[in-house]
Design a binder for this molecule. Sequence first.
Ligand code: NAD
Length: 487
Amino acid sequence: MTLSNMLSDPRLFRQYAYVDGKWTHGDGGREDTVFNPATGEALGHIPLLETEQVSAAIDAAEAAFVQWRALRADERCERLLAWYDLLQAHREDLATIMTLEQGKPMPDARGEVEYGASFVRWFAEEGKRTFGETIPSHIPNAALGTLKEPVGVAALITPWNFPLAMITRKAAAAMAAGCPVIVKPAHETPFSALALAELAERAGIPAGVFNVVLGEAAEVSKILCFDDRVKALSFTGSTRVGRLLLEQCANTVKRVSLELGGNAPFIVGPDMDPKEAAYAAVAAKFQTAGQDCLAANRILVHESIHDAFVEQFASRMAALTVGNGIEAEVDLGPLIHRQAVEKAASIVDDALSQGATLVAGDQLEAPGPNFFMPTLLTGVTPQMKVWREENFAPVAGITAYGDDDQVIEMANDTEYGLAAYVYTHDIRRIWKLLRALEYGMVAVNSVKMTGPPIPFGGVKQSGLGREGGVTGIDEYLETKYYCLGAL
Ligand code: NAD
């Protein structure tokens, strides 16, 4: 069965770029094929745009900026809410597209549509509250204050692990602020982005305000980064590419927001029930088959409950079902491609060669070449790749620790600083860890931490800026100060 046959609204499956309100072929005839990672089957093709076509998207966005910023905030809100309603109405089709191109189980894909749509609603409203300030004047006979103004055209470069929500979390904020956007989705998952464009058009978002360009990543990104008319760049993806884009944006001194990799510690205190903590750790590790920047990579368990925790973790992990996400009752889908499987295998080999113990994870049971079975390693040490690198796979590493000072040092021993988890009921320990952990986000006794009201983002090499929350829209606003003299 083809992708479009699986949709109740086949027009949501688009195989063109979307520029200035038009569905666009690549002028040079170059194409890319998109595969279903679970089956290896080709799902469809996308055009690779030429340099002039990407520049044309910038022309279109710049032209659209004039009218879009001139709308009243409540008029932009109405259009964004219409988009939100359509996302909700087409949730099942959007989830199907996402599962087929990304691999995640359908319940997770439905959850992501819901999560992605929630940013559209949040920022639709937030756009009405981009207040300036009145400043008590120190200058005689003057009134001082600030205005908030949209920065201009924003380029949004997004990853494949959350193909829809990583776009709406940026685009809704930018559009609510009055900025047109040019989205460059990951080439593995373009169809979710194109379905968003189809629904934006139906919602009455004017031509040029929401554009999707497709092409060779380094080529397209260079054009977006070097063009002075693009005033802001927001990127979610690896730290490696984030560094490169930051460097490229230096030429035009752009506003840059980066949501990069993570290497989350999951700290379990000695007072915890091992089963409760282990079940939470499994939930925090295996979401999206471990391909999640918030995944609990380094599980640090107090030595007094380590063995009981490992037993509970292994038994909970054994209950996870691995398979094609389009089928019912699947907990973990495939990894995005074969290279990701190879990387996971090499990380496990590296750990074993340095003395880690493989508690579970038999790759002979994998249901296909892109699958990696949930794997548990104990005796993980800081020299191992599984500690140092973001493994982006269902590979969990557990290490025992002795006291709070030691676990703080272990948790902070990484270049990343996105999210950390703490499980303990001891209020003194909670406060001590909360203050000492070098992370942008700390979840205590909860694996759920994201959503529209929160300022999502990292410190150290996990990023710059915050997405969501009351500050998320600031990434797309300039502060203009005024002084009205001689009053
Ligand atoms: P990636 O950096 O390889 O790709 C991200 C985007 O950059 C894609 O659109 C890709 O096409 C593009 N890209 C790739 N190479 C490029 C280049 N040389 N020049 C310009 N653009 C290029 O990352 P990924 O593998 O798609 O995603 C996984 C990464 O994303 C992980 O590190 C993960 O932690 C991170 N991530 C972070 C967050 C967050 O909010 N902090 C959320 C999701 C994912």
